[in-house]
Every structure is written in structure tokens, then in C-alpha cells.
Design a binder for this molecule. Structure first.
Ligand code: PMP
Length: 383
């Protein structure tokens, strides 16, 4: 049977999370913002329990957690929500990286059209941006620095710890897109200094369609983020609209499970990575790993198989593995991965690169068997 190895696009839901959601759908059908009856109060209790679970995983206070429909929306609120503040304060400069997810890149490009200046810092071939290069771009006109924690295509961990420490005492807001690290790099996230942080629940066992924007308080005050859509006071007006109680319950439980199990899960993922690398070495195929493994998560491998078209390989090995050659959000139209381009990787090498991503719940034997099969196909179609 084919094995799913595209966890960075979306991971399977944890069955305990699904059970919890079904229970909420069946039994808690009130609107969490209804104040006139017990049904609303019951729904509110479910939402507030989830908020505590998120806060506990991240090591923050629960009134700093705002539920959204996912990281795309969280990133949009974090960035577009600052427009009014930027205009009032005359700070219309943003620093980000050229390897952010489109949910950040397209949002800051939209602000460029509205007169903002944006600096995009690129990584070197290691896949990591240089913290100093980011900090050097910050001026007195900078309103926001936005850097992802872990890149979704390469798995490379970015120096957000260093950047956050340097920015902590400065008059500039720091946003981290932690979509690929939340629930995985649990200790690291707790150590980070930031004003805003985004993630989606579906990357670590939660349901699709729900995520979080964290807004850290400084001297009891939230960052100057305003809602970008209107129609209600839910989530303190930051994200209007009826809160999806069952999805939020699922997000909360995924966080609680991650908090208890991340160490064990990381060991399993590490083990899977070394097995995959062993199989690749034993296959005799020439391969190159994209991005330095000194700063890579244990759940991702972006690898170039010399002389093998990744498009051809993915089609011819569909019966064995579901892998990808870029972000699912850009995969409808084939163009070379902008992340690998930014790393200075030559075009032929990019065209031969695939991303394999997994989680603790993949059966190791299934991975081994199917990655071996994939490599056999690669040998047949290679130059
Ligand atoms: N940021 C990163 C780093 C991601 O990997 C993703 C999902 N691929 C997103 C943001 C957007 O998440 P969602 O599609 O769940 O809104």
C-alpha cells in the first residue's frame, strides 16, 4: 500500500482528536458567544479549555491566544492588521525573508502595493537566513520583522531565537510563522521572544480549518493589531465570526497531546530520517540533500536525486509514496521552488528535488519498503 509522506502539507488527524471533535459536534451545539443559556456556556467552556491547552503548549497566557481559521489567516491578521498603526506612526517598512510561505509573502507584497517598503532577506545554500542580515535591515521606520521558524519545503530551522532576542527591546514588532514547528520544537518555541506567532492545527494531528494567532502582551498591552474583517466581537474583535467550537476543541487537544508526547515523537521521527538516509545510501543513487542538516527538523528531507525529473518520479511512483516537490499552495502550476531558487541551487538540481515529510505515526516498515520502491523507479527513469 502507498505511504503518505507529505506531512508538511497536512498531517493525518490524531484519532483521539477526531473522537473529541465528534463528541463536541454531537453534544455541544451552542454558540460560544451566546450569553443567554447554558448551551452557550457549555460551548464557551470547551473553547476556553482549548485556549488553555494552546497556552500551556506554548508557555504563554491564555488571553494571548486568538483562534483563527489557520495560519494563512493568522499571518494576514498579524501583517495587515498593522496597517493603521504603521500609517499613524509613519513606520511603513517591513523586513522578511524570501523563503516565507506565500501567506506571508503575498500579504507583504499587497502592502508594497499600498506604499510599504519591504526588504526580503535570502538564505545561503544552507537554507538558513543570517540573523545579522535580517537585523541589519531594521531601521527606525521598521514596523515589522516577520520570519518563519521552520521552512515548509526544506525543514530548515531559522534563527528566530537570535532575532527575537535582539528585537526584544526595540520598537519593532516581531512575527514568527511557526506553522511547521508548533507541536514539534516545543522547547525552542517556549524560549522565543516575539510579539506575534501563527500556526495551523492540521500540521500536528489537529483538524484542518483552525489555527491560532498569538499576540503577546507587553506591559499588559496587546500589539497594535486591528481586525482585518468586520462583523462581530468574537475573539476580542481580532477575528470576527462564530467560533468553530469542535475545531477549536480539536486544536486544543492536539496541543495537549503534543505537549505530552513531543519528545517521544521526535525520537521516532529522527529514527525514520536515519532509516530513509540509510536506504538512500544503500541504493547507490547519487543524491544531494538540500539545506544543512545541522539545522533541520527530524520530519523533513528535501533531496535532489541526480538526473531524475521530480515531476516524472512523482507520477511514476504514485503507487508507492505521496511526496511533493514544493509547497502544496504553489503546486498547481509547476515552476521551480522559489525557496530552493533563493538558496542558490541550480535549476537542474531543483527540477530533480523532492520533499519527503513524515510524522511519528507513519509505520517505519511501510516507509522503508516504499522509499526503496521509489528509488528503484528513480533509477529506471534517471538519465
Ligand atoms: N505557513 C507555513 C510555513 C506553512 O507551511 C503553511 C501551510 N503549508 C501555512 C503557513 C498556511 O497554513 P494553512 O494553509 O493551514 O492556512
Amino acid at each position: 500500500m502507498s505511504v503518505y509522506l507529505d506531512y508538511n502539507a497536512s498531517a493525518p488527524i490524531d484519532m483521539r482528536v477526531l473522537d473529541k471533535m465528534v463528541d463536541v459536534y454531537k453534544n455541544v451545539y451552542g454558540n460560544a458567544d451566546s450569553r443567554t443559556h447554558q448551551y452557550g456556556e457549555n460551548a464557551r467552556e470547551v473553547v476556553e479549555t482549548a485556549r488553555k491547552q494552546v497556552a500551556s503548549l506554548l508557555g504563554i497566557k491564555s488571553d494571548e491566544v486568538f483562534f483563527t481559521s489557520g495560519a494563512t489567516e493568522s499571518n494576514n491578521i498579524a501583517i495587515q492588521g498593522l496597517v493603521e498603526y504603521a500609517e499613524k506612526s509613519g513606520k511603513k517598512h517591513i523586513v522578511t525573508t524570501s523563503i516565507e510561505h506565500k501567506a506571508v509573502l503575498e500579504t507583504v507584497r499587497h502592502l508594497e502595493d499600498k506604499g510599504f517598503m519591504v526588504d526580503y532577506v535570502s538564505p545561503d545554500s544552507s537554507g538558513r537566513v543570517d540573523a545579522k542580515a535580517v537585523l541589519e535591515k531594521v531601521t527606525e521606520h521598521t514596523v515589522l520583522v516577520s520570519v518563519m521558524h521552520v521552512n515548509n519545503e526544506t525543514g530548515i530551522i531559522q534563527p528566530v531565537l537570535e532575532i527575537g532576542k535582539e528585537l526584544a527591546d526595540r520598537e519593532v514588532l516581531f512575527h514568527i510563522d511557526a506553522t511547521q514547528s508548533c507541536g514539534k520544537l516545543v522547547d525552542e518555541i517556549r524560549e522565543l521572544d516575539y510579539n506575534m506567532l501563527s500556526f495551523s492545527a492540521h500540521k500536528f494531528g489537529g483538524p484542518q480549518g483552525v489555527g491560532v494567532l498569538v499576540l503577546r502582551k507587553k506591559s499588559f498591552k496587546l500589539p497594535p493589531v486591528k481586525a482585518i474583517q468586520f462583523g462581530g466581537q468574537q475573539e476580542h474583535g481580532i477575528r470576527p465570526g462564530t467560533v468553530p467550537v469542535a475545531l477549536i476543541a480539536g486544536c486544543g487537544l492536539a496541543c495537549e497531546i503534543a505537549e505530552h508526547e513531543y519528545k517521544k515523537n521526535d525520537e521516532i521521527a529522527k529514527n525514520i530520517k536515519s532509516e530513509v538516509l540509510r536506504i538512500m545510501n544503500d541504493s547507490g543513487m547519487k543524491y544531494r540533500i538540500n539545506g544543512s542538516q545541522d539545522h533541520c527538523v527530524n520530519t523533513t528531507l528535501n533531496v535532489c536525486l541526480d538526473g531524475v525529473s521530480s515531476e516524472a518520479l512523482m507520477i511514476s511512483s504514485k503507487q508507492y509514496c505521496g511526496v511533493s516537490n514544493g509547497s502544496a499552495c504553489t503546486s498547481k502550476s509547476y515552476s521551480p521552488s522559489y525557496v530552493l531558487v533563493a538558496m542558490g541551487i541550480p535549476k537542474e538540481q531543483i527540477e530533480s528535488s523532492i520533499r519527503i515529510s513524515w510524522g511519528h505515526d507513519v509505520c517505519k516498515e511501510d516507509i522503508c519498503e516504499n522509499v526503496e520502491n521509489l528509488l528503484n523507479v528513480a533509477k529506471q527513469i534517471g538519465l
